[in-house]
Design a protein around this ligand. Sequence first.
Ligand code: OAD
Length: 227
Amino acid sequence: MVFTGAGVSAESGLRTFRDSDGLWEEYRIEEVATPEAWHRDPAKVLRFYDLRREQVLAAQPNAAHHAIASLQAHFEVEVVTQNIDDLHERAGTTRVLHLHGEVLKARSTVDPTLVVPLNRPSLALGDRCPLGSQLRPHIVWFGEEVPLIPEAAALIAQADHLIVVGTSLAVYPAAGLIHYLPRSAPMYLIDPNDVEVARGGTHHIKEKASVGMPALASSLIAQLSGR
Ligand code: OAD
């Protein structure tokens, strides 16, 4: 199991949220990432996600995304990501669960199961779903339920190893997922900064993802594959 956050995409040029140059330094969550913001000023919310989408379309997967994908040749790999970009998929990872949604998709405002791909940078007021309602970004906003948590928890509960990459573990319920990992399973954390983790026996690899992830992938492949 690999559980990722914004830090895994930082070296692809996508800003994290809570670092000193993070997105939440420039924008107020209440103005761009809540259902109330959408009701108050949908155009502003759409602009915020248009910018994110433009940057995702211009970004490329980095060595960390590729190292995660390379594990698939040796192990059964499941990625649970908090990221809304598609860089894991573009690196070749086939099983990716997006807890917080996907910026390259939009969804209906009358039927949340009606999700459509968006292969263009912009989503505008007046863009409608097949049922005729305004389309909204396919993003889980603050204050909304995270519908894929039970599925992610079930995956982590069956994991033999958990690699956590580039997340501050500050946002719940996602951050609580690590507690579903069986006690006997090792957990590795790759992050250049200190992260508060309330789980004993965590191996913290204090490196950037592009350095720490390829090194850990090689070491796990050497130790475990073919056992
Ligand atoms: P954060 O911005 O909270 O945390 C990013 C983490 O990445 C920090 O621990 C950094 O130290 C680390 N980091 C920075 N550069 C790195 C690098 N090159 N390699 C590895 N790690 C690096 O981002 P998330 O934990 O992903 O949700 O944030 C969780 C959620 O909060 C996001 O999904 C988003 C946000 O608000 C929503 O919008 C719903």
